[in-house]
Design a protein around this ligand. Structure first.
Ligand SMILES: [Zn+2]
Length: 154
């Protein structure tokens, strides 16, 4: 019985906190059958579940106070760099379509496309993409046997 990872809060009008689904940003709703289950109406997933209304109110009150203290959420963006295998030090960016490359540095050392993904590995930091969901990209690359590090973009 808890607030799930998928529930997020954002400061709303008049100091109120709006409860949202982290995936699609739809407002959390009570489930049809019960008020001690909050769901995302779009994704259809539970966002929080409790044994009693008192438990729900206590947890949500604490959650909302934390959001109020923190202010608006800051979305962090990351670049991702390979830390294992033969491509160590390369940056994760978009796939490279070939074609005419005017940048000599890229022509000398072109990106390597990762088969089965939408990514290319760039030797040049300028080829790195910015990711808000760095952890899920890391997970996707780990399945291909690639270890990576997240580097926060300021
Ligand atoms: Zn949703």
């Amino acid at each position: 019985m808890a607030i799930y990872e998928q529930l997020m809060g954002a400061p709303g009008a008049g100091g109120r906190v709006v409860l949202l689904c982290k995936t699609c940003k739809a407002p959390a709703e009570d489930a049809h059958s019960t008020t001690i289950l909050k769901v995302c109406p779009k994704c259809g997933i539970p966002l929080g579940e409790w044994k009693t209304e008192a438990e729900r109110d206590a947890e949500l009150k604490e959650f909302e106070e934390t959001i109020r203290r923190q202010g608006p959420p800051v979305m962090k963006m990351f670049k991702i760099r390979i830390t294992s295998g033969e491509n160590v030090g390369r940056w994760v960016g978009h796939r490279f379509g070939g074609g005419l490359v005017t940048d000599l540095k890229i022509r000398m050392n072109p990106p390597m496309n990762l088969e089965g993904t939408k990514y290319g590995l760039w030797a040049q930091e300028g080829g790195a993409s910015g990711f808000f969901d760095g952890a899920s990209v890391q997970e996707e690359l780990r399945k291909l046997g690639l270890e990576t590090e997240l580097i926060q973009v300021q």
